[in-house]
Design a protein around this ligand. Sequence first.
Ligand code: ADP
Ligand code: TYD
Length: 208
Amino acid sequence: MTAQGTFITFEGIDGSGKSTQARMLVDRLRDEGREVLLTREPGGSPGAEEIRRLVLEGDPDRWSAETELLLFTAARRDHLERTIEPALAAGKTVICDRFADSTRMYQGLSRGDLRAKVDVLHNLMIGREPNLTVLIDMNPETGLTRALGRQGTEERFEDFGPDLQRRIRAGFLDLARAYPDRFRVIVGGRDRESVAEDVHRAVSSALP
Ligand code: ADP
Ligand code: TYD
């Protein structure tokens, strides 16, 4: 049997600090001498980055909820084939900023109830779960203020406002309770270094 790398994902509402924490974790793991790949969704491969522009920029109403689900899943399939699986096969630690749990929440809960369809499509087309998922939990008001503080054109879901963010936060916490072996919940509303310390501790215990 060949050595398989470890697949770690970051999840949480917009502005919870996932990207910041993923970068800090990667720096620290590399300092420890590990081979680490940092990637993100939607995106992470050339084709998936093209799809990212389709779903996060321009008029969101040009996609139905179902089409949007298919686009996020298509992006993930390409990312998995071309970026994630080759890196894991090479024994690397893969850190991914968002993955399938984001689809379970955003597409599953935001426009009608597609939650069951999300799981069917995931099982059919993706079929891989992370070894560990770091959920950065934080209250939506703080998250939205932070997210809207960033200037950018990708405001697709931030624009939905605090009510959706609250439902998504609660949904992530439900997922964490349903899959306690895979999830580690970290309190995000603190200074970067304190959060990073807890993230590092949680991840270290999961690495070989
Ligand atoms: P996400 O990837 O979850 O959307 P980011 O890492 O992009 O979150 O962080 C959102 C914003 O909040 C950024 O401007 C970032 O610099 C800032 N930020 C991240 N972590 C913290 C923290 N612990 N305290 C205060 N601001 C933070
Ligand atoms: P991201 O760049 O991680 O945004 P943020 O830094 O604000 O957390 O993701 C962009 C948006 O895409 C985010 O609002 C969540 C959404 N998204 C989905 O709706 N479904 C998905 O499957 C993924 C991966 C992201």
